[in-house]
Structures are given as C-alpha cells and as structure tokens.
Design a binder for this molecule. Structure first.
Ligand SMILES: [Zn+2]
Length: 497
C-alpha cells in the first residue's frame, strides 16, 4: 500500500533518528508468542500448561551464566556446569545419568589481551585472542601490513615482506570476486589453513588481526584447530570493526603504522578428555527405542554463553522437568544429551555418534535447540521429505503456538548434523533470531540480559510436545543416507588465519 504524505512523516523521523542512533541495524522485534486460549485435555495439553505455568528455563540460564560463567570445552567451568547438569537431571527424575568421555586434545584458557597504537593517535583498543592460538608471551611490537590473501597461492605473493610484522587479514574494502567454492570439502579447507599458518610462521610473521563481522564495538571469537598439538599456530585476534577500520585507514596514508600487542591465552600442558552429559526417562513400552533432545552446554568466553547455548541446554532440561511434573511416561525412551566441543567443530556429538554407531537404528529422532532465546517456529528436515508427514503429526498440537515450519533446508552447524550425516532423522530447531546473529552470537554481549522469557518458555513447550509426539507415535521415522545437501551456515568465513 503506497504511503500517504502524512504517514511518511513518522517514517522519515524514524529513519533520521535511526541514522543518529548508535545501533544502526537494530534487530527486528521478535514476533509475539501466540497465546493459547485453552489447553486440550491431552498429554500435549498437560505439557503445554505445566511449562507455561511453572517453567524453570530462565532460572537455569541465569545460574549457568551468572554463577558458573563461560564454559569453554576443556575448562574447569564446563566441568562445574556438567556436574551441575547431572545433579539437575537426577533432581528432574532422569535415570542412567552419566558422562561419556572422548579425546579432545589441548585445552585452552583466555588471558588478558591488549593493543595500543604506537604511532598516530596512540589509542588503546579492544582485541580478543582467537581461541586455541598461542599467545604473544608478553608484549610485542610490530609494523602493520595488510595481507588480504585468501589462499596459499595469494599468500606466497607476500614472501619476504612478513618478518616481524603484525598482519591485517580482513580487507573490509575487498572488491575482488569471491573465490570459487570448494563444495563443502572441509578437510581441504582445513589443510589449506594449516599450510597458510605454516607459511606465515616460516616467514616470521608476528601475529594476525581479523575484523569482527559486526559493528558497534561488538567483538567475536572462534577457533579450535590448535587442540591438535601437531598443528602450527600463530598468535591471532579479532578486533571490533571501528578500531579495525581505523587501522586500515591509517595504512592507507602510506605511513608506517606500529602496534603494541599482548595476547595472554595459552594451552594446557597435556591433552584432556571432554564429556557429554546424558540422562533419560525409560520408555514404558519401547525402552529400546529412543527420542533424543539436546543442545551443547559448552560456550565461547567473551560473554557468559547465555544464548549460545545455555538457552538450548536449559530448554532440554525443562523437557525432563515437564515430563516428571506431569507424570507422563513416554512410550519410547526420552534421552536428554548436553554435548560439549560443539564450538570446536561438533566434537561431542561426533564422538557420541561414533561411540554409539551400532545403536543408531534405535533412534526415532534427534531434536537440537541451539539458536538462542527466540521462539521455536519449526524444524529443519535436512532434506528428509520422507519425514515431513510424521513430523507434521508431532508438531500438530503446537500449530496454534506458532510451530508450523518444516523446511527441507539442511543446517550443518550444530549437533544434529553428525546424526544426520550418519543417516539418522535429526533436526535443528528453527527459531526467531531476536538479536542472536546481529548481537549475542559469539560476542561479549552474550549475557542473560538478552533473554526473552516468554519466547524461551514457548521453545521449551515446543521441544517437550514434539518429543512426546515422536515418543508416542506408532510409526518410526525412516532412516537413510541422503545425497550430500547444500549446507546452510557451514563454513565460517571468519575462521581464516
Ligand atoms: Zn551454539
């Protein structure tokens, strides 16, 4: 509908205000959670009412984040969180509560990171070490150089110019056409990253800085390749956009730009094991068949890992609580799993699938919650059209609560993916983004302050009712390996050395 002149005024005003407001791209307001007029006198109705009226999801996130804090895999804090989670599972009536260990590699701990310009305005600015990279072992100084090489071939063009330099690895004004995609060949991608790091080390580069993908001082972290002590490592860090672009502008003046940098993070002396936490409610008729509900308990450490992924962990535990509180005994076993190592490459769920590879046929379905506080709108079917009918059946009691979306889309970047790749029907929750991607995801903003309680409660209602439906239905969801699907959100362009 065209805008009438009078109607344009507030819009113009809003645009003006927004242009002046510090937060240029305010996240869209989440759509309101539908309110159910009544609860059907069914098990699904019982679960919906129990969670709406007595959910503990927010309190659990507050405890995980404010009391325990960031939960890097391999850290003491994650061990603390896992001990707490086991206690919660027992308190919530689960049996067979245990941990499953897997080899993780070297643990990593963040230290103090500082950066200061030694030339020009001499300003201090924020830097965050890339996790699982070596620290600078004290303060170092070096001249900056833009090295926007995207592969080993382009990097070799800088041979002889890198000794003692601090390298800018992101070129925000890069106008070159993107390199041809590899078609998801992650191993080749990792091998090239390793070769590029080795080249930089051989050339005597001092450290690398990459630009955070978000504005307004928001930083970012990722990393993990350094778990393997055999992998070469170079000190590396992210810089928020504003100071990073200042460095790029200064380099554009064709004058030496000199930095003082200190990255304090470091590795454990020896490789460590990591753990997945498991608990279940045995099936009343088909205890050998399993519905898995889960999310990763590990997090990054710039914030406290509230929306990534204390929310998904809390929702998974809430499913247990609701089954216990309503006294509902599912037909098939309900198994809740809180994975670790997700942020380093789905390590916990991959280890679980490997360790249980002879039992995968017993899995009815896997449901994973890992997209923040936003309300649940459906599930990714991972290309499994042959599961649509039964999944539609399972979410039918939730349609009035806004859960209708069964997209064929394949999402590869969380813990359902290793099950999916092993031929198991495994689906990721599709959620309202709220300020997940624009704000909290892997940033220093990830605190419970960003929870939207009624959206999170709806997510728990949706996971509990879907799990109940899958546990009760007579039919089994078909297993099977699908031809490789185009994966959405697989490779993280930020992870380049
Ligand atoms: Zn996550």
């Amino acid at each position: 509908m065209p805008q009438t002149p009078t109607a344009l005024l507030p819009l113009a005003l809003a645009t003006l205000l927004q242009a002046q407001s510090p937060f240029v791209a305010a996240p869209p307001m989440p759509s309101p959670v539908p309110v159910l007029k009544e609860y059907p006198a069914t098990p699904a109705g019982k679960l919906l009412r129990e969670i709406k009226e007595h959910a503990e999801v927010v309190a659990r996130v507050d405890y995980l984040c404010d009391v325990i804090g960031p939960r890097l895999t391999g850290s003491e804090k994650l061990r603390q969180a896992q001990a707490w989670a086991k206690g919660e599972m027992v308190r919530l009536g689960a049996v067979n509560v245990h941990e499953e260990a897997y080899d993780f590699g070297l643990a990593w701990t963040r230290g103090i990171d500082t950066a200061r310009l030694l030339t020009h305005n001499g300003i201090h600015f924020r830097v965050d070490q890339l996790a699982w990279t070596p620290g600078t072992k004290g303060t170092v100084q070096g001249d900056l150089l833009m090295v926007d090489a995207r592969n080993l071939e382009e990097l070799k063009a800088f041979k002889g110019h890198l000794k003692g330099r601090i390298l800018l690895r992101t070129n925000p004004d890069d106008k070159r056409p993107p390199l041809p995609r590899r078609g998801g060949d992650f191993e080749a991608y990792q091998a090239e990253q390793t070769a590029m790091t080795q080249f930089l080390l051989d050339e005597g580069a001092m450290a690398t800085l990459s630009m955070s993908g978000r504005k307004n001082g928001l930083s970012f972290t990722s990393g993990g390749a350094g778990r393997d002590p055999k992998k070469p490592g170079l000190p590396a860090a992210y810089v928020p956009q504003e100071p990073y672009k200042m460095l790029v502008r200064l380099l554009g003046r064709k004058e030496p730009v000199r930095l003082e940098l200190s990255l304090g993070g470091g590795f454990s002396a020896k490789p460590v094991q990591a753990y997945n936490v498991v608990g279940e409610i045995p099936g009343r008729e088909l205890p050998g068949e399993v519905v898995i509900v889960g999310g990763h308990l590990d997090s990054w450490d710039l914030g406290t890992g509230a929306t990534d992924n204390a929310t998904g962990s809390s929702v998974s535990l809430e499913v247990l609580r609701a089954f216990q509180a309503t006294g509902l005994k599912p037909r098939r076993t309900l198994r809740v799993i809180l994975w670790s190592g997700e942020e380093q490459g789905l390590l916990g769920s991959r280890a679980y699938v490997e360790a249980h590879k002879n039992e995968l046929d017993a899995i009815q379905a896997v449901l994973v919650d890992d997209m923040g506080t936003g309300m649940l709108k459906g599930f990714t079917l991972q290309g499994r059209e042959n599961c649509r009918g039964l999944m539609a059946q399972a979410i039918a009691p939730l349609n009035d609560l806004g859960v209708k979306d069964l997209s064929l889309r394949t999402m590869g970047s969380t813990d359902h993916a290793p099950f999916d790749r092993a031929g198991v029907p495994a689906f990721a929750a599709i959620q309202e983004p709220v300020d997940y991607f624009l704000g909290t995801h892997h940033s220093q903003m990830d605190y419970p302050d960003h929870l939207v309680p009624d959206q999170l409660v709806q997510g728990a209602q949706a996971m509990a009712v879907t799990a109940w439906g899958l546990a009760e239905m007579p039919a089994r969801l078909p297993h099977g390996h699908l031809p490789a699907q185009p994966v959405a959100g697989a490779i993280n362009p930020q992870g380049r050395p």
